[in-house]
Design a protein around this ligand. Structure first.
Ligand code: MTE
Ligand code: MO
Length: 326
């Protein structure tokens, strides 16, 4: 991790930790103090967190996995190893490093409710297990591309976002969906970094959310989602950069105006609302032309819309408009 700002050219792409640019050293130190304070206040320790890694009650939806695989989504590369995907994560609620998988076990994922609210005829508060059981679960093999230029290929289990949207009957004034992650500083010590705009928020247009590719994932590798992947429910939109794929969702709000997202607030010149993958538009600090597969470090050319143009190109009328690709 690099907490010090370096000139662009000095950061090799493979080391880029884009989303942590704003965490300078001073802030990092304060954050570390915050972790200590949180540990004391929460009556827990790092050792305690590590202990919890191996525990956990049986998942109430376990028998739903593995779900039937949808054959419409195929890969052009090998699947990433499960253990690699499970130990190389971005989940800033638990810290700005890739190794938060043990700290993420602090998250309590039952009971868990997801509110569907805002401009809908049928607002609902879903108990997570009722929601998962009421939706058509399927497995899909998807490529996944982080804005930092690492990538993976994984089998998600989930259901089309459109299925939930239809169930709550959005009003015609709803033009965007705003998704929000849990907020609990006693659990997620990263949220003690008070200068960041918690809780994590993401958004899509209604057309994007209704697109066949957009799923709410509740599992991966034929099992319920591990906490570090965003249990119990997270968004997966494979044509967009990874940061759009918001984890551990508690609210899905239908709104008239475009929501301001977490990363847009943190770094508006680097992380926009649209964030569609495009090798032709470099990030301000590195190229997006290629990607590194985690686990193997194989380099591959990045494809426009991460190879999902067949599904989403009509959503974006101007492919030369940089706004769509940051
Ligand atoms: N709530 C929340 N969601 C998040 C993030 C985060 O920090 N917090 N990181 C995003 C980023 S930058 C990426 S690349 C993916 C990583 O997903 P994975 O850890 O399951 O591979 O989660 C996204 N969703
Ligand atoms: Mo990312």
């Amino acid at each position: 991790m690099h907490y010090l700002r370096r000139p662009d050219w000095a950061i090799p792409e493979r080391e880029a930790t884009s989303e942590s640019i704003y965490m300078d050293r001073r802030r990092f130190l304060m954050g570390a103090l915050g972790v200590l304070a949180g540990g004391i206040a929460g009556g827990s320790t790092l050792a305690g967190a590590a202990e919890k890694t191996s525990q956990g009650p049986r998942d109430p939806t376990l028998e739903l996995y593995p779900a039937r695989r949808n054959p419409d989504f195929t890969l052009d590369r090998p699947l990433t190893k499960e253990s690699v995907a499970a130990t190389y994560n971005n989940f800033y609620e638990f810290g700005p490093v890739k190794t938060i998988h043990f700290l993420a076990q602090r998250l309590k994922t039952r009971p868990w409710q997801v509110r569907a609210e805002g401009l809908v005829r049928n607002p609902r508060v879903f108990e997570i297990d009722d929601l998962i059981r009421s939706m058509p679960l399927e497995e899909r093999l998807y490529r996944f591309r982080c804005v930092e230029a690492w990538a993976m290929a994984v089998p998600w289990t989930g259901f089309p976002f459109s299925a939930l949207i239809k169930a709550v009957e959005p009003k015609s004034e709803a033009r965007f969906v705003k998704l929000t992650t849990f907020l609990d500083r006693t659990v997620a010590f990263g949220q003690l970094r008070f200068w960041l705009p918690w809780p994590y928020v993401e958004g899509l247009t209604m057309e994007e959310a209704m697109n066949e590719l957009a799923i709410l994932a509740t599992g991966i590798y034929g099992k319920p989602l591990p906490k570090q992947h965003g249990a119990p429910i997270r968004l997966v939109v494979p044509w967009k950069y990874g940061f759009k794929n918001i984890k551990s969702i508690v609210s899905i709000e239908f709104v008239k105006d475009r929501p301001k997202t977490f990363w847009e607030t943190v770094g508006p010149d680097e992380y926009g609302f649209w964030a569609n993958v495009n090798p032709g538009f470099p990030h301000p600090r590195w190229s997006q032309a290629t990607e590194r597969m985690i686990g193997t470090d194989e380099r591959r050319p990045t494809q426009i819309f991460n190879g999902y143009g067949k599904w989403v190109t009509p959503l974006y009328p101007d492919l030369n408009d940089r706004r769509y690709f940051m």
